[in-house]
Design a binder for this molecule. Structure first.
Ligand code: FES
Length: 379
């Protein structure tokens, strides 16, 4: 079945999203709950562009592989260090090859009947397929039975896939976002921390909204972000790049050897999304943070969230410094996770069919997000 945008969003609802009567609204609740709408998101947008799906730091050595959270794909670092993406299905009877975590080894072995693949997806062996101790069989050619590749690219440590294979080069995709971080030494980005929230009880767009807007910060992160006052924030809306930023006068925070004085995010920051899902945050002067927010392909009321921290100072953090960051950021992440689940629960109420009302001061970046989304889905 092929869906159209108008199957889910009426002209009246779209007019509210577009602010035709003054205030802008979110999308109506069907956009956060309906599997058909999520399928439309993939067909019209997420499969046609670059989707941020993982990090090289999570699979540092040849032979390492990880799954893409919520998606039927695996990422594999091959013998020469390049990263491949494959559909997570054995070519015999389709069994899932991996289920989370990081595995390692020179070959990928299906757990069911031990068909074995190399790190570039070629089928090496199909034990007893043609008979006891016989692999060959009439019409069976191993060259035709390799893992199905998905277009994959890496920009610094960040890994992206493009399912339809037609998106422009990754450098072109990332360029508008990179331009918003002048002076950030991406080539020095050294991973030091990942916080994995796993599956979260919220649609991926609720998590995206929460990451982009500052309106909730003084309430949800009253203590953990006490040093980032709401009135220091401003909106960013520049085509496919949107979000917010905050300037904290005198902000010069940087880790010093042995420093564990970090108690809240009292520093200037930029929280920017390159749509659809590549979030980068800079904390002045030498930290860069990504947020990996992925839909759950099985359930539109869930998503998967990880966040990773990188230092660009050229100096590794001490264990004590890392633990200081972990303690603070885990608290921030838990605060966000709880409020996102509450936002999803509110969608059980039909009053949210009208999409609510967005603050023109603090949620203009969300208006920009819906503009990007609705433009893509209506094509
Ligand atoms: Fe993988 Fe049979 S399904 S070897």
């Amino acid at each position: 079945m092929t869906y159209q945008f108008s199957d889910f969003i009426s002209d009246d609802a779209l007019a509210r999203v577009n602010g035709k009567s003054g205030l802008h609204s979110r999308l109506p609740r069907v956009a956060y709950t309906d599997p058909g709408f999520q399928r439309l998101e993939y067909e019209r947008w997420l499969d046609k562009t670059w989707l941020f799906v993982g990090r090289g730091a999570a699979m540092p050595n040849p032979g390492d592989r990880i799954t893409v959270p919520g998606h039927p794909y695996i990422l594999v670092r091959n013998a020469s260090g390049a990263i491949n993406c494959f559909q997570n299905a054995c070519r015999h009877r389709g069994v899932r090859l991996m289920d989370g975590g990081c595995q390692s080894g020179k070959t990928i072995v299906c757990p069911y009947h031990h068909w074995t693949y190399d790190l570039d997806g070629r089928l090496l062996g199909a034990p007893h397929f043609g008979g006891y101790n016989v692999q060959d069989a009439p019409g069976f050619d191993k060259a035709d039975r390799g893992l199905k590749p998905v277009r994959c690219a890496q920009w610094h440590d960040w890994i992206f896939i493009n399912v339809d294979g037609k998106a422009p080069p990754i450098e072109e995709f990332v360029a508008p976002l990179a331009a918003k971080f002048p002076g950030v030494a991406f080539d020095k980005a050294d991973h030091y921390l990942t916080i994995d929230l796993g599956q979260v009880d919220a649609n991926w767009k609720i998590a995206t909204e929460n990451n982009a807007e500052p309106y909730h910060v003084p309430f949800v992160h009253k203590d953990t972000a006490a040093g980032q006052p709401l009135d220091g924030h401003y909106m960013v809306d520049d085509g496919p790049v949107l979000g917010c930023a905050v300037d904290v006068p005198g902000s010069t925070y940087t880790n010093k050897p042995g420093d564990n004085s970090l108690t809240n995010l009292d520093m200037s920051a930029r929280y920017l999304l390159r749509t659809p899902n590549f979030f980068l945050t800079s904390y002045a002067p030498d930290k860069i943070i990504d947020s990996l927010i992925l839909p759950d392909r099985r359930d539109p009321t869930k998503c998967w969230i990880q966040t990773a921290w990188y230092s660009t100072s050229g100096h590794p953090l001490t264990e004590r410094e890392v633990e200081t960051w972990r303690d603070l950021e885990q608290r921030v992440a838990d605060e966000d996770s709880s409020i996102m689940a509450a936002a999803q629960d509110g969608l059980l109420c039909d009053v949210m069919d009208d999409g609510g009302a967005l603050s023109p001061a603090w949620e203009a970046c969300l208006i920009a997000f819906y503009r990007e989304l609705t433009t893509a889905l209506r094509k």
